[in-house]
Structure formats: structure tokens, C-alpha cells
Design a protein around this ligand. Structure first.
Ligand code: UD1
Length: 414
């Protein structure tokens, strides 16, 4: 059980280059199953969720390996359509395998997925979308049995723009003849990355980034070399670290167009931000102003930056209100921040944060982004902070202690 030990009070300064986005790499790896030719993804970050996805592909017969920042998948020998239960419990993203397995084998058996404990996270929209494509689904004893022998194209209206459901239906529909339309589709940049990836394999998908995605089925996909999009949440986390410590940082590779809502709040808090083709630079103010944040599907403020922003509000001069609209129980970090001296009241989906000082304490990460928020709090706090549950943080940040250490933070993994 590793922990992070942080001595707070050091400004985050310097230049850093970020890696590929976890939330893009995972569906891209799943979509690799749709071809029988080799797929090469570059710019990948070494994250535990990615390692687990590589293991899942291996269990299905699609050899996958990572060397430096390159993942190579050889899906030719993939032969299993049953997802091993012990692995699918490890990451929620294993549910992404359902669409591509169905696309390739026209049948699939999966278990209910695992993942962060940030809400109920049902998969009804995934299943509704697949049913609209003619998949017959039987749920029994925690297993989901899918028969895709009568799959056909169709029109799917999502009740909520779910990222995972949009991606799953996109992947299931690519090899079905005819035109499939997803309405009220998620508009996240990772959806656009999946579209570009599928099209680089010879697929015909359009509309990603809007609420309507059109998939014109093709007979076959070829292999591809593809560079994964940069991780907007890692970029946002590092920028917030600089904001909270009165630092000065340049995040190379970060794309401002993916981060509009986050940069808007950092700027409202008093940060000076410059974005260009190279990346995003931020200079933190002497005194942070409070900000009100309400999470929404993209292009609204991302729920995956809510915890970090809440942490920042703990050291702002004034009162902030944070509302979480996407997941129903995503404030586990608040109780930990209170241990560090934060003044936070949580009621249902709202957190009221009266800014002040943070002091070092022993705290525990309860989920991935909440864990990152505790690291940021530790950087801004007076004295020493120890954070347990580092393995949750490793799911989405490649050696966060090395990234921050290189930027002047006093942080060690022990
Ligand atoms: C993805 C991201 C996650 C991010 C989230 C929202 C990946 C690997 N993960 O997760 O980091 O926090 O988008 O931006 O890309 N819902 C249902 N039924 C469903 C599916 C979802 O009710 O069938 C609900 C969820 O419980 C949640 C909301 O819809 O309240 C959003 O979920 P969704 O957009 O599907 O998130 P994920 O794809 O799981």
C-alpha cells in the first residue's frame, strides 16, 4: 500500500509535456478488436487502467503490448467473446468491450463492470442502444448475455449524452451494413478521437463533437497507426496545481479548445492564461478568487475536474459553490479535505466551500480524481500531508509524483 508524502508550500513552476488521454486510449484499445490487422497507438501514458485493458485484450486472444509510449495490438487471433469476470471487475471501461466484441463476433458475454465508486453508474443506456441495433440481451446472475446474430443499423436516442454509451454504440455499429444514427450523443473530445481512429481504419463515421453521430457501416476495417489525443484532465490538474500554489507553469501538448470551461474558471479565479499551438501556460495569482462551478456534459465543466476545482476553492479568498450534476455521489474528497482544515458543507449535489487555509494531515483517496484533488491540497497546505490510496491515482496519472517533483513540488512515494 503506497502513500504520497507531500511537504506543502512550494510553488509549481516549469514546463511539462503531457501524455495521451486515458479516456481516449481505453475505447481506442477496445475498438482495435474491430480489425484483424495490427493497430499501433502512439503517445500513450502508462496508467494502471491501460495496463488492465491490455490484459483484457490478451485474455480475448488479441496480443497487446506497451513499449515506451507505444501500444501495439495484434487482433488477428482474437477468438473469445466472453469477458473474464475478474478483469472486467477491475475497470469500468471494460464495458466498452461489449460493442466491439459484438461487432466482430456477433455475440458477447460480459459481467457488470467495476470502476470508481462515484455513483450508481448503471449501463442501461449502453444496453438500450445495443437493443436498438437488434442485439438480444439477457441479464442473469450479474452476467449480460448478448446475441448479435440479427444486428442491424438503426436510430438511437440517448436519454442522457453518456460518453460510454455513445462510444459503445459507435463501435458496435461500424461493421453493420447501413446507416446508424445516434441522437443526443455525447460531445466530449474523446468521442471525436474515437471517430478519427475508426476512420483511420477505413470506417465511415461523422458528426462527433455534435449531438448527432452518423455511422455508415463498412464491411471491413484495416490496421492503423494513430496518435492518441492529449489528456485534458491531466493538463487541467497540473494547471490547477500551479494556480493553487501561486506558481507558473507551461503544459506542452495541452489543447485549449478541449479545456474552455476549465480555463474560464481558472481565469475567473485570477490566473493569467496564455494558450497557443504549443500548449497552455498559467501564472497563479497571489490571492485566488472564489468561483462557482456546475458540472455538465461537454462542453460544460467536466465532472472529472470537479474535485480538483473544489480543492482550489478551499484556498480561495471567499465562498464558492460547486454543483455536481453528472454523478450522484462524487464528493468523497470533501470529507478528506475537511481533515486538512477545509470549511465545506455538502448537501446532495452541492458543496459550499468557504475558502481559507489548508494544513497537512493524513488523508485517503477514495477515487481517482478525488485522490488528485488531495494531492493538490497537499501542495498548497502548510506542513506535511500523507495520502493513502495512491493506486487509485495511478489509474489516471502516470507517476504523478515525478510530474510534480519535476515542477518543484516536494512529493515522494513511499
Ligand atoms: C466517462 C469517463 C469518466 C467521466 C464520464 C463523464 C471514460 C473511461 N470515463 O465515464 O472519466 O467522468 O465519462 O464525463 O471515458 N449513465 C446511466 N446509464 C448508462 C450510462 C451512464 O445512467 O447506461 C449515467 C451515469 O451513471 C452518470 C452519467 O450517466 O451519472 C454519465 O455517465 P457516462 O457519460 O456514461 O460516463 P462514463 O462513460 O462511465
Amino acid at each position: 500500500m503506497e502513500i504520497f508524502r507531500i511537504m506543502g508550500g512550494k510553488p509549481i513552476r516549469g514546463t511539462i509535456r503531457i501524455g495521451g488521454a486515458k479516456n481516449a486510449i481505453l475505447p481506442l484499445l477496445a475498438a482495435s478488436l474491430l480489425t484483424e490487422e495490427p493497430v499501433c497507438l502512439t503517445g500513450c501514458a502508462a496508467l494502471s487502467d491501460v495496463e488492465n485493458m491490455i490484459r483484457i485484450l490478451g485474455m480475448l486472444g488479441a496480443g497487446a503490448k506497451m513499449e515506451d509510449d507505444v501500444i501495439t495490438v495484434n487482433p488477428a487471433q482474437a477468438s473469445r467473446w466472453e469477458m473474464p469476470e475478474h478483469l472486467s471487475k477491475l475497470i469500468r471501461s471494460s464495458i466498452f468491450m461489449l460493442g466491439p466484441i459484438l461487432g466482430r463476433f456477433r455475440k458477447a458475454t460480459v459481467t457488470y463492470p467495476g470502476g470508481c465508486e462515484i455513483g450508481l453508474r448503471p449501463i442501461d443506456l449502453h444496453l438500450k442502444g445495443l437493443r436498438a441495433l437488434g442485439v438480444r440481451i439477457r441479464e442473469a446472475h450479474g452476467m449480460i448475455y448478448c446475441d448479435g446474430s440479427h444486428m442491424h443499423s438503426g436510430e438511437i436516442m440517448l436519454d442522457f449524452p453518456s460518453v460510454g454509451a455513445t462510444e459503445n454504440v459507435m463501435m458496435a455499429a461500424v461493421l453493420i451494413p447501413g446507416k446508424t444514427v445516434i441522437l443526443n450523443a455525447a460531445r466530449e473530445p474523446e468521442i471525436t478521437d474515437l471517430q478519427e481512429f475508426i476512420n483511420s481504419m477505413g470506417g465511415c463515421v461523422s458528426g462527433a463533437g455534435t449531438g448527432m453521430i452518423v455511422i455508415d457501416g463498412v464491411k471491413k476495417l484495416r490496421g492503423t497507426h494513430y496518435r492518441v489525443m492529449p489528456d485534458r484532465i491531466v493538463a487541467g490538474t497540473l494547471l490547477t496545481a500551479a494556480a493553487m500554489t501561486g506558481g507558473d507553469i507551461a503544459v506542452r501538448g495541452a489543447r485549449a479548445c478541449d479545456l474552455d470551461a476549465v480555463l474560464d474558471k481558472l481565469s475567473a479565479a485570477g490566473c493569467e492564461i496564455i494558450a497557443d499551438d504549443e500548449g497552455i501556460s498559467l501564472k497563479g495569482p497571489e490571492k485566488l478568487r472564489p468561483v462557482d462551478v456546475s458540472t455538465q456534459p461537454y462542453p460544460g465543466f467536466p465532472t472529472d475536474m470537479q474535485a480538483q476545482m473544489l480543492s482550489m476553492c478551499c484556498v480561495a479568498h471567499g465562498t464558492s459553490v460547486i454543483i455536481e450534476n453528472v454523478f450522484e455521489s462524487r464528493f468523497a474528497h470533501a470529507a478528506q479535505l475537511i481533515r486538512m482544515g477545509a470549511d465545506i458543507t455538502v448537501s446532495h449535489r452541492a458543496a459550499i466551500v468557504r475558502g481559507g487555509r489548508l494544513t497537512g494531515a493524513r488523508v485517503c483517496a477514495k477515487d481517482l480524481r478525488g485522490g488528485a484533488a488531495l494531492v493538490l491540497a497537499g501542495l498548497a497546505a502548510e506542513g506535511a500531508t500523507e495520502i493513502q490510496g495512491v493506486s487509485l491515482i495511478d489509474r489516471g496519472y502516470e507517476s504523478l509524483e515525478k510530474m510534480l517533483g519535476g515542477l518543484g513540488a516536494d512529493i515522494t512515494r513511499i
